[in-house]
Write a new protein. Structure first.
Length: 114
């Protein structure tokens, strides 16, 4: 299984970005895809996840500003990030969990300037 995340970049505070994560390979259709982020010296933290059936969950710090969605027809997950804050600056990673297997994609840098 391979996950490829893209869409990061530099944006001013208050702006928006949309991240995408494309999954390829062989995996069960019943799965959970998630977004995590990490800053230097800190642990990777969950941002949001979405199950294949559509149930979602968000970290308190992004609830109301970020929206996670997915297109099961092409195994792609999205993260719409609005009202971005400087503290959202991080490397964002996508993940896929199915059964007992957990896969990570490479990160994409999101930088929010003040």
């Amino acid at each position: 299984v391979q996950l490829q995340a893209f869409g990061g970049g530099l944006v001013q505070a208050g702006g928006s970005l949309r991240l995408s994560c494309a999954a390829s390979g062989s995996f069960f259709s019943i799965n959970i895809m998630g977004w995590y982020r990490q800053t230097p010296g800190k642990q990777r933290e969950l941002v949001a996840w979405i199950a294949s059936g559509g149930i979602t969950n968000y970290a308190a710090s992004v609830k109301g500003r970020f929206t996670v969605s997915r297109d099961n027809s092409n195994n792609t997950m999205y993260l719409q990030m609005n009202s971005l804050k400087v503290e959202d600056t991080a490397v964002y990673f996508c993940s896929l969990t199915t059964g007992s297997n957990h896969y990570w994609g490479q990160g994409t840098q999101v930088t929010v300037s003040s």
